[in-house]
Design a binder for this molecule. Structure first.
Ligand SMILES: Nc1ncnc2c1ncn2[C@@H]1O[C@H](COP(=O)(O)OP(=O)(O)O)[C@@H](O)[C@H]1O
Ligand SMILES: [Mg+2]
Length: 327
C-alpha cells in the first residue's frame, strides 16, 4: 500500500498587495498528496506559487485556507514536532561564508532540538562527498559543494521529508548532473524528496511523479511515464519529392495532413508509448508502395516541455504564447 507522507487539501494563499498594489493569489485551492519514498517534482514557471507552497507547509507562510497533514498529523496543531521531521533547502543561498562545513551542519541538527550525533553528521557529510572538506570554510568551496552543504544542513536532523526549492536554478549543466546524482542517492536512503523546478528536463530526469503548477493552481499530477503516455506525441514530416495536390486514399484514416503547398506530409499522433514511431514506419511503407517518393523524414517526440506549453495554453495563460518557462 502506498503511504501518504504529506496530504495537502484546499491550500490557498493570497498575499495582500503592498500600498495600492492588488492582492496576489499565489495558491488557489491546491490539493496534493505526496507518497512516502518518492521524488516528486513540482514544475512551473517563475511566479507559479512553488516557493509559497513550500513556505505554507514549512511554516514561513501563513495560508489563507486549507489544511496540511504531515505524517498523519495536522501541521497547524502539531507544528513543532512535525516540522522537525522536514528538511528544507531554500531557494536563496543563506549561509555564513566564514563558517566551517562540519560545524555548520552539526549546528543545523541542534536547531531542531536533536542531540549531537557525530556519527550521523559524518554519515551525512560522506553521503554528500563533503567529508574531506569538513574543516574547510564555506567560502573556500566550489559552487556545487556550497549547494551540497545546504543539503547536508537540511539533512542533519534526519528528516523523513526533504524539500529542495529550485536546487539547480542558475547552475551550469555539469553541476546540475552532480545535483541529480546526489538527489538520487538520497532516495536510495529512503528520504522522500519534493523538488521544485522550472526546468522540464530536471523533472523528466529526476521525478517519479510530476505536478504541474501555474498561477497557483495544480494543472496535473501524474506518474512521469503516464504524463508522457497521455500527452506525448510523435510529429513526423515527410519531405515529398514532388508536391501532392491531395491526400492519397491509402492514407485516409491516419492523422496526417499535407502542408507547405503539398510538399510536406505531416503526421501528428501516437502517444508516449512508441505507437507514433510504428505508425510513421507504416506510413513510410505505404508511401513507397504507392510510388510516392520522399527525400527525408524529420521526426521528433514531444518532450515534457511541449506538454507543459500545451497544458498552459489550454489554461489560457500567457506562458504558452512565449513558449518559455523561465522568466
Ligand atoms: N511576500 C510576498 N508578498 C507579496 N507577493 C508575493 C510574496 N511572495 C510571493 N509573492 C507573489 O506570489 C506569487 C507566487 O510566488 P512564488 O511562490 O515565489 O512563486 P515561484 O516560487 O513559483 O516562483 C508571485 O506572483 C509572487 O510575486
Ligand atoms: Mg520560487
Amino acid at each position: 500500500m502506498v503511504e501518504t507522507i504529506l496530504d495537502i487539501r484546499g491550500l490557498s494563499k493570497t498575499y495582500s498587495g503592498r500600498g495600492s498594489a492588488p492582492p496576489v493569489t499565489a495558491l488557489d485551492n491546491v490539493d496534493l498528496q505526496i507518497r512516502k519514498g518518492e521524488i516528486f517534482a513540482l514544475l512551473g514557471p517563475n511566479g507559479a506559487g512553488k516557493t509559497t507552497l513550500i513556505g505554507a507547509v514549512c511554516g514561513m507562510v501563513r495560508p489563507t485556507g486549507g489544511t496540511v497533514m504531515a505524517f498523519g498529523h495536522d501541521m497547524a496543531r502539531d507544528w513543532r514536532r512535525m516540522r522537525a521531521r522536514i528538511g528544507l533547502v531554500p531557494q536563496e543561498l543563506s549561509i555564513d561564508m566564514f563558517d566551517k562545513v562540519h560545524r555548520a551542519v552539526a549546528y543545523s541538527r541542534g536547531l531542531f532540538g536533536k542531540p549531537a550525533d557525530p556519527a550521523r553528521i559524518e554519515e551525512v557529510l560522506r553521503t554528500l562527498s563533503l567529508w574531506d572538506k569538513r574543516d574547510a570554510q564555506l567560502r573556500a568551496l566550489s559552487g556545487g559543494m556550497k549547494r551540497r552543504v545546504l543539503i547536508a544542513k537540511a539533512l542533519a536532523h534526519d528528516p523523513d521529508l526533504l524539500f529542495l526549492d529550485e536546487p539547480t536554478a542558475g547552475v551550469d549543466v555539469e553541476l546540475r548532473r552532480d545535483m541529480w546524482q546526489t538527489i538520487g542517492r538520497l532516495r536510495e536512503q529512503g528520504v522522500t524528496v519534493i523538488l521544485t523546478t522550472h526546468y522540464i528536463e530536471e523533472a523528466e530526469e529526476m521525478a517519479d511523479r510530476v505536478g504541474v503548477i501555474n498561477k497557483g493552481r495544480i494543472l496535473l499530477v501524474d506518474d512521469k511515464a503516464a504524463i508522457m503516455k497521455r500527452l506525448g506525441r510523435t510529429e513526423a514530416s515527410f519531405a515529398l519529392a514532388s508536391p501532392l495536390g491531395s491526400l492519397p486514399a491509402a492514407l485516409f484514416g491516419y492523422p496526417v495532413a499535407l502542408e507547405d503547398g503539398g510538399r510536406s506530409l505531416v503526421f501528428r499522433g501516437g502517444d508516449g508509448s512508441g505507437l507514433g514511431k510504428e505508425l510513421v514506419a507504416e506510413i513510410a511503407k505505404l508511401l513507397v508502395t504507392q510510388g510516392i517518393d520522399f527525400t527525408g523524414i524529420d521526426q521528433h517526440e514531444s518532450s515534457l516541455e511541449d506538454i507543459f506549453v500545451r497544458l498552459v495554453e489550454d489554461e489560457g495563460g500567457q506562458q504558452g504564447a512565449s513558449g518559455g518557462l523561465a522568466a
